[in-house]
Design a protein around this ligand. Structure first.
Ligand SMILES: Cc1ncc(C[n+]2csc(CCO)c2C)c(N)n1
Length: 222
């Protein structure tokens, strides 16, 4: 007993590294990612965010006290009032209109990942749901840090994706990531080895679905 978030990544190191250092991420960093691949990713990420908001609504429903309920409500409100608006603005800069976003077909990788998170939350408790969301919430912060540390990463105006990297390096985002880590560390401290093994499966599966999401962007698949 006495687990923490880092034990989840340690339990699926190969999948975790494959997610953090995916070819899509590398190309985003060294400015060789094709525009069409990035645009496809951005479009699907809009749909991802909508289901992500639903996952926070499910977290509200699964809450056992007012603190948990407020935490879920704040997450849902941030996505609806802030993140989705920023994403729509960002998409517009890449030539994707709001009308286009409204009628997108949902790629299989988006369907699989988002519905997996929702099913995990329905089947389990709030901790299962947070563990399913952790690759998303904590992984992107780690990806931004990893990219910045790579010699091949091009920063500034020479890289059209610099703003994307900077967004996940921001103080606000890094703080949200640290809060989520602290929340998970506190909950994981009390779980049994058997329960931890269950949570590792959820974490590994969600990480594999993040890998598929990057691959969907590269392949431009639906
Ligand atoms: C496939 C996919 N996975 C993770 C993120 C990152 N992300 C989405 S919402 C959120 C929390 C903000 O409240 C974060 C970090 C993404 N955009 N797309």
């Amino acid at each position: 007993m006495g687990y923490r978030f880092d034990d989840l990544t340690a339990a699926c190191q190969d999948d975790w590294r494959a997610y953090i250092e995916h070819e899509f991420v590398r190309r985003l960093g060294d400015a060789t990612l094709e525009e069409g691949a990035f645009r496809h990713y951005l479009q699907q990420d809009y749909l991802f965010l909508i289901h992500f908001a639903r996952a926070y609504a499910l977290a509200a429903y699964k809450s056992r006290d007012l603190d948990e309920l407020r935490h879920a409500f704040a997450g849902l409100k941030t996505i609806l009032d802030v993140e989705l608006g920023l994403h729509v603005d960002y998409c517009r800069e890449w030539g994707i209109s709001e009308e286009e976003l409204a009628r997108l077909p949902e790629a299989r990788a988006t369907l699989a990942y988002t519905r997996y998170v929702l099913d995990t939350g329905h089947r389990g408790d709030l901790l299962d749901l947070h563990v399913a969301l952790a690759p998303c919430l904590i992984g992107y912060g780690e990806i931004a840090g990893w990219l910045d540390a790579q010699a091949a990463t091009v920063r500034g105006k020479a890289n059209p994706h610099d703003a994307w990297i900077a967004m996940y390096e921001s103080v606000d985002f890094q703080q949200a990531m640290a809060d989520e880590r602290a929340w998970l560390d506190a909950r994981l401290a009390d779980v049994t080895p058997r329960r931890f093994a269950e949570l590792c499966v959820v974490f590994r599966d969600a990480t594999r679905l993040e890998i598929d999401f990057w691959q969907m962007g590269l392949d431009r698949s639906l």
